[in-house]
Design a protein around this ligand. Structure first.
Ligand code: SF4
Ligand code: SF4
Length: 125
């Protein structure tokens, strides 16, 4: 118990390692925080680097897609829907579990993982 209290007191005098979430992607309407960082009035820690092979938001390049449907077949979350008329797909971020199976199976590299992990938004899609 004493060790914990000592540790708590030490933490009070250490520098902050975290940013207020999501300061990096704060909406324009409340961008005063970022402007104050630019002016040097407030400090923001650099974003945490992601490790190699990190599976963030999936990026879909429509031009590269040949409509083979392999991604639709392997997706365990029904996050990929085939558009019959266009012979293309629609990727639903809000359903995605970031397993990366669609990326592995896509023959044209139309689907790629990105490093983006701050995905909270007001819009479902
Ligand atoms: S990463 Fe996984 S869950 Fe997300 S769209 Fe691809 S296959 Fe589906
Ligand atoms: S696997 Fe790739 S090429 Fe095939 S439908 Fe999906 S995105 Fe298009």
């Amino acid at each position: 118990m004493l060790n914990m209290q000592i540790e708590l007191v030490k933490q009070l005098f250490r520098r902050t390692f975290t940013n207020r979430f999501p300061s990096k992607r704060i909406p324009k309407s409340v961008s005063g925080f970022l402007r104050s960082v630019e002016r040097g009035e407030r400090k923001m820690n650099p974003p945490v680097p992601v490790p190699p092979g990190f599976r963030g938001r999936i990026n879909y390049d429509k031009k590269k897609c040949i409509g083979c449907r392999l991604c639709v077949k392997v997706c365990p979350a029904d996050a990929v829907v085939f558009l019959e008329k266009e012979k293309k797909i629609r990727y639903h971020l809000f359903r995605c579990t970031f397993c990366g199976q669609c990326v592995d199976v896509c023959p044209t590299k139309a689907l790629q993982t990105t490093n983006e992990f701050l995905l909270a938004d007001y819009e479902k899609d």
